[in-house]
Write a protein that binds this ligand. Structure first.
Ligand SMILES: *[C@@H]1O[C@H](CO)[C@@H](O)[C@H](O)[C@H]1NC(C)=O
Ligand SMILES: *[C@@H]1O[C@H](CO)[C@@H](O)[C@H](O)[C@H]1NC(C)=O
Ligand SMILES: *[C@@H]1O[C@H](CO)[C@@H](O)[C@H](O)[C@H]1NC(C)=O
Ligand SMILES: *[C@@H]1O[C@H](CO)[C@@H](O)[C@H](O)[C@H]1NC(C)=O
Ligand SMILES: *[C@@H]1O[C@H](CO)[C@@H](O)[C@H](O)[C@H]1NC(C)=O
Ligand SMILES: *[C@@H]1O[C@H](CO)[C@@H](O)[C@H](O)[C@H]1NC(C)=O
Length: 496
């Protein structure tokens, strides 16, 4: 309680001066870092005994599915350039670096029968380099790129993937656990399942809309829970770390001002699908999903619901498997409800139509900038899950094209407005946000968009064999924020 009182006293001054942007201080215990993932940056796709991941296979065999027909064979070449990158991170004063492990680089068969010593050593080197430079590593065990060997036996559609993931997780806890205190089991499960096993626009490229994604998420929920329980039972006592999962969530506003139902339904389908089984008191899928997908499945003549059913043992086993809630957030949507049709059922399973508000500015790649959606989402998470610790793991905006766009004022304005809303959500609304992580540190291979979308606060020249790095204005702005712990608008920053 004492710390609570002190916190309020410290926070009060910046609360009073909320309109005076010069005094928009970052809470002391809010840490700022940067984010990345293995396939998007590492390159070295066929080095040593690494096996191909589903993204290696997908990009090589579906060239036209990638906007600029590119791939991650070399990407930003962080496999070779990590030391240089860590110096850049250090100079800007970041607290943490979020990276992911390439499963195929560590366990080439996908199973724990064969270990790549080179792969293990590479990650030990990176983690040691981070510690030597006082940067906290946050490690994602799996970020979209499982070994293709596992896809040959149906990947996430196969329930045996749960134990393959559990063995992989146990292996990395045991190898890297002395160097890692914050673990993420899986990044953005619904994203991978929707596009990889639904629309087919991401690896592994299966087209099974309405069926594949539900099976995929079902198995990923079990896999996540297995990894968390393994950490609890075998490693927590000696390693004292935290394990969570990262969900990707938008925020939703009603088209009709008095409609409180539609935004909640949209939230439950996008975010609650994975989050409700893990973070809610009740566990299991959101009841609205159960109800509407069951009804649709019946109308469509399926003997069973397309949404698989958990046993009560699994519901209990999955519930509460988190030490923090990891959050990726980019933008918001407007939503409206569509009545159920007696013949075809609920539109799109959810009965919700999404659109955007024309008054929202669109920047860079056309993404709508909606900073008040960010604080709205943080409040929703607080309400839904009893105010869990939140680590924001991705937030950012892209610009387009290959020109050397170093003066990225749109990105600075984006970060300024989103961070401001986040600080209000913490100081005014009591949301429990402890980490904020920029997507991304470097320009990266952005999945289906290839290199046409650049999210980096550091520009990467992808036509240069040396993949030279050039920090953007946003890098220097964030460096200032890290040092002064005080949000400054771009205008004020330029006048410094
Ligand atoms: C690795 O892939 C590159 C193309 O990215 C190719 O030139 C090279 O020969 C491959 N190396 C091995 C050992 O297969
Ligand atoms: C599921 O995985 C197991 C173990 O890898 C394999 O034996 C089985 O054939 C797979 N099932 C399908 C349908 O691919
Ligand atoms: C909510 O708004 C809609 C349309 O704007 C209207 O038809 C409806 O009657 C309103 N409902 C209530 C409870 O006010
Ligand atoms: C949508 O745009 C209108 C102006 O056209 C604005 O008044 C309203 O606040 C916007 N809604 C949201 C949720 O941002
Ligand atoms: C990128 O690198 C290539 C090859 O070194 C060079 O010709 C080009 O000018 C560089 N582009 C930029 C924007 O620095
Ligand atoms: C490649 O980049 C590194 C780091 O920026 C630099 O030290 C080195 O000289 C560059 N090599 C070439 C061939 O340009």
């Amino acid at each position: 309680m004492l710390t609570f009182v002190i916190k309020i006293l410290i926070i009060l001054p910046c609360f009073i001066k909320a309109d005076d942007e010069k005094f928009f201080y970052l809470p002391d215990d809010l840490k700022i870092g940067i984010s990345s993932s293995s396939y998007q940056t590492e390159g070295a796709w066929n080095l040593s005994d690494k096996s191909p991941s589903i993204w290696d296979v997908y990009t090589h065999s579906n060239i036209d599915m990638i906007q600029d027909k590119s791939n991650g064979d070399i990407a930003a070449d962080t496999y070779h350039k990590y030391k240089e990158d860590i110096q850049l991170m250090k100079k800007a004063g970041f607290n943490h670096f979020r990276l992911s492990l390439s499963w195929a680089r560590i366990l080439p068969t996908g199973f724990a029968d064969k270990v790549s010593q080179d792969g293990v050593q590479y990650y030990k080197n990176v983690l040691d380099e981070l510690h030597a430079n006082n940067i906290e590593p946050i490690v994602t065990i799996y970020h979209f790129d499982h070994p293709d060997a596992l896809e040959k036996v149906s990947g996430w559609l196969n329930e045996t993937m749960v134990e393959a993931f559990a063995d992989y997780a146990r292996f990395v806890f045991s190898e890297f656990g002395s160097r890692v205190k914050v673990w993420t089991t899986i990044n953005a499960p619904t994203f991978l399942c929707n596009y990889g096993y639904g629309s087919g626009t991401s690896a592994p490229g299966l087209q099974m809309p309405g069926v594949g994604p539900y099976i995929c998420v079902h198995n990923m929920l079990k896999a996540h829970a297995r990894a968390y329980r393994i950490y609890d039972e075998e490693f927590r006592k000696t390693q004292h770390g935290q394990v969570g999962v990262v969900v990707s969530c938008g925020h939703f506003f009603p088209i009709n001002k008095n409609d409180t139902e539609s935004p909640d339904i949209a939230y439950q389908y996008e975010c609650g699908w994975f989050a409700h089984p893990v973070f809610s008191n009740k566990g299991d899928y959101p009841s609205i999903m159960r109800k509407r997908i069951d009804e649709n499945s019946k109308l469509q003549g399926y003997p069973k619901s397309r949404l698989p059913v958990f046993s009560s043992e699994w519901i209990k086993y999955i519930r509460g498997t988190y030490d923090y809630l990891g959050l990726n957030h980019y933008s918001s949507n407007m939503v409206d409800s569509v009545e159920k049709d007696e013949q075809t059922g609920w539109y799109d399973d959810s009965g919700i139509i999404q659109s955007v508000n024309d008054s929202w500015p669109s920047i860079g790649s056309g993404m709508k900038t909606v900073p008040h959606g960010f604080s709205g989402l943080l409040r929703k998470i607080k309400e839904e899950y009893n105010n869990p610790i939140v680590y924001v793991m991705e937030n950012g905006v892209a610009d387009y094209g290959h020109k050397l766009n170093i003066i990225d004022f749109e990105r600075v304005n984006f970060y300024y407005s989103y961070m401001k809303e986040m600080i209000l959500a913490i100081t005014r609304d009591g949301c429990n946000v402890k980490k904020y992580t920029i997507w991304s540190f470097l320009d990266s291979f952005e999945w289906g968009r290839g290199y046409t979308e650049r999210y980096g606060i550091v520009y990467v020249n992808f036509t240069d064999p040396n993949r030279s790095r050039t920090p953007r204005q946003s890098y220097y702005w964030l460096k200032y924020i890290n040092n002064k712990r005080n949000l400054l608008s771009l205008e004020e920053f330029n006048n410094q």
